[in-house]
Design a protein around this ligand. Structure first.
Ligand code: AHM
Ligand code: MG
Length: 338
């Protein structure tokens, strides 16, 4: 029987029933995250109408200016989730350190990792942005959350996904049982199942990269991108270039259509020797989603999901999308084609 049109909460409950001894804690976490995303979606849609975007004048942990909507998204998710009793800590791209769930809230076994508003430099030009999230289970039974508990390999994720605030608002998530997409029906305020069991094509015809950085890449990365532009590589045509500059949007398009997104190490740029994207908050969650959709994510040498972070805000080169495309990128990066 088709589940199309099912609400996200109903879907979570259905999945929960398939897991013996499930306590419902995880479903509670996800349903609160959905409420937070609805609030963020509402504010994002108001941008331009009220004085909500623009800079706050503050600088975040990466030395970037913080925008008001980043801050709103960060605070809204924390406020909605801290009382659920299922989290012990939150890691956010907008915060330097582990944020433990404080007294008087009760604590649970999960750690939420998030990029509250990815691509936020695109807000004031009306381009889609997103919230990326990921959930880990802590290793210890109680006590303060240790850094070691947060720095887990992506393969240990319990769930991951994103919300995309685009021409419609969508949630795409996985708990390791496939990837499912829900679209927000604004007039009833519900996310309804619209994309069941998403599978990414094994090979695509799209590549997404900030090619302005070409001169910062090493020879092998350049060779790979040159290969994608050869006249006959994609059914008698070159690959098509599509780059929004908003990770969630670029990823989402390639998930549905096939292709590769990359943010290589800008090895010749002293400011971004490891690329730009963050392993915990950005690369690992999307790597879990793409793997569950039949795709693959790599740092150019090995699976993103196998990399153990050394720090919360570590950056990593990212190659993600259709399995054959990403494997081909790895071959080029190994220097197999000269
Ligand atoms: P952000 O987390 O500060 O918004 O930065 C991440 C964004 C991604 O959404 C996007 O893929 C990338 O930065 C674009 O970077 P660039 O402008 O260097 O191409
Ligand atoms: Mg980001």
């Amino acid at each position: 029987m088709s589940s199309y049109g099912m609400t996200i909460v109903e879907h979570l409950l259905m999945k929960q029933q398939q897991i013996p001894f499930a306590t419902g804690a995880f479903s509670r976490l996800m349903s609160e995250l959905v409420v937070a995303a609805k609030l963020i979606s509402r504010e994002v849609n108001k941008a331009g109408l009220v004085d909500i975007y623009g800079f706050t004048g503050e600088i975040n942990v990466y030395g970037e200016q913080v925008q008001k909507l980043d801050e709103y998204a960060h605070k809204t998710i924390i406020r909605r989730l801290r009382h659920t009793g299922v989290l012990c800590a939150i890691i956010s791209e907008e915060s330097a350190d582990i944020m433990e769930i404080p007294e008087p809230f009760s604590r649970g076994p999960y750690i939420l990792v998030m990029d509250p508003l990815d691509g936020s430099s695109n807000i004031d030009v009306n381009i889609s942005i997103g919230t990326i999230f990921s959930v880990y289970r802590r290793k210890e039974e109680g006590g303060p959350v240790k850094l070691e508990e947060v720095l887990q390999r992506g393969a240990k994720q319990v769930a991951a996904g994103y919300f995309i605030y685009g021409s419609s608002t969508m949630m795409v998530y996985t708990t390791g049982q496939g990837v499912h997409g829900f679209t927000l029906y604004p007039s009833i305020g519900e996310f309804l199942l619209s994309h069941e069991n998403i599978k990414i094509p094994e090979r695509g015809k799209i590549y997404s990269v900030n090619e302005g950085n070409y001169n910062y890449w090493d020879e092998n990365v350049r060779r790979y991108v040159d290969y994608l532009k050869k006249p006959d590589v994609a059914d008698g045509r070159p690959y098509t270039s599509r780059y929004v500059g908003s990770l969630v949007s670029d990823f989402h398009r390639n998930l549905l259509k096939g292709g590769i997104f990359m943010y290589p190490a800008d090895s010749k740029d002293p400011k971004k020797p490891h690329g730009k994207l963050r392993l915990l908050c950005e690369a690992s969650p999307l790597a879990f989603v793409v793997q569950q959709a039949g795709g693959y994510a790599s740092n150019g040498k090995k699976p993103i999901l196998d990399i153990k972070p050394n720090s919360i805000h570590e950056r990593v080169p990212l190659y993600i999308g259709s399995i054959e495309d990403v494997k081909m990128a790895e071959k080029y990066l190994r220097g197999e084609y000269q």
